[in-house]
Design a protein around this ligand. Structure first.
Ligand code: A2P
Length: 341
């Protein structure tokens, strides 16, 4: 069978989750050559169904599933599920594309943004490819072209991360708390440590010994690994905000060679996966709701010289964290694998 005709048995692990459901939608939307689609989740969802390409697909219990025959497995069911089942799927012959942080920092697992380092998918001795963290993903789609031309030495970034990054239960919590508070009831935080509706929380993932959170350190570790440059300094603050879909980032970079806003704009206008929205007037910038949510691009605006540094540039980077930040990039990696034949 020629490569053009080949169809793949694709398993989506975590198919009932916020990312898994979008993986299914994007596989269909981009007409990925799926021969057979297998939807997997926990025991509690088994027996139910999910939608793929307009039809219902049964959900199976991951713990009881035999991975023999799966060509490509997209995992988005959390780190512990990936750690336990990812290697089993790979041993059975599947290429595992993992959205968790379980393998991202292993030297023998490539960490790939499809627009930045696509060639890295080929070098996967364990049969596992890692999908980067959503915040790193959108930041690097925009910064990699600037790094290649001008050399980025340091990145200061504050993130404004939507609740969908924390999964379906977090989306529900924001909705529930918003309704409760508007009806003069208690917020009753469960998924987040404090109230998220009408608030923001400077804490995502566990605290580390150095005072940063793990979500912040992911930006440091992953930027260096993906750009293949351990000398890049990254200083992140990650904040959860009461937005349903779409992460935003206020980014200040320092480059080796000075890059003007005009040069950066020209570079980004031609960069794959990037859309520049940068008019200096009300509404002339991207926001999660007006631009990112439900769309594929990484939007960049507010491009301006950092007047506090001779080689500094500021950018505002917004993208749908569930799409480019997770599901879309995973499917793009699957497309790269499928092209290998
Ligand atoms: P389930 O719906 O059966 O719990 P989200 O990040 O939106 O919360 O989604 C997490 C996804 O991971 C869901 O599809 C969830 O399935 C799945 N999942 C969580 N724990 C397990 C597990 N132990 N085995 C298989 N799937 C799991």
């Amino acid at each position: 069978m020629s490569t053009a005709e080949r169809r793949f048995t694709v398993a989506v692990v975590g198919a009932t989750g916020a990312v898994g459901e979008t993986m299914l939608a994007i596989l269909a939307e981009r007409q990925f050559p799926v021969g057979k689609l297998i939807a997997l989740a926990s025991e509690r969802s088994a027996g139910g169904d999910v939608l793929f390409a307009g039809r219902k697909v049964d959900v199976h219990d991951l713990a009881k599933f035999d991975p023999t025959g799966v060509d490509i497995a997209l995992f988005s069911a959390g780190g512990s599920v990936s750690k336990e089942y990812g290697p089993k799927f790979a041993a059975a012959g599947a290429v595992v594309i993992d959205n968790s942080s379980a393998f991202r920092y292993d030297d023998d697992v490539p960490l790939v943004v499809s627009e930045v380092n696509p060639e890295a998918v080929k070098n996967r001795p364990r049969g596992i490819i890692a999908n980067p963290n959503c915040s790193t993903m959108q930041m690097l789609v925009a910064l990699a072209p600037i790094h290649r031309e001008y050399g980025i030495e340091r990145i200061n970034v504050a993130t404004y991360q939507s609740v969908s990054g924390a999964g379906r239960s977090a989306l529900e919590e924001l909705g529930r708390q918003t309704g409760a508070l508007l009806n003069f009831q208690e917020a009753d935080p469960q998924r987040f440590p404090v109230q998220i509706a009408f608030n923001l929380i400077p804490h995502i993932d566990d605290f580390m010994e150095n005072g940063y959170t793990k979500e912040e350190m992911k930006l440091v570790w992953e930027t260096r690994k993906i750009l293949g440059d351990d000398s890049i300094q990254v200083n992140p603050t990650a904040v959860r905000v009461p937005v349903f879909y779409g992460h935003s980032e206020a980014v200040a970079i320092e480059t080796t060679r000075k890059v003007t806003p005009e040069a950066a704009r020209a570079l980004l206008e031609n960069a794959p996966g990037v859309e520049v929205v940068d008019e200096r007037k009300p509404g002339g910038y991207p926001t999660p709701v007006t631009h990112a949510s439900g769309n594929d691009a990484v939007y960049v605006g507010r491009i301006r010289e950092d007047f506090s540094h001779p080689r500094g540039l500021n950018l505002w980077i917004v993208s749908d964290n569930i799409r480019k930040g997770a599901a879309l990039n995973a499917v793009q990696l699957a497309e790269l694998v499928a092209k290998e034949g």
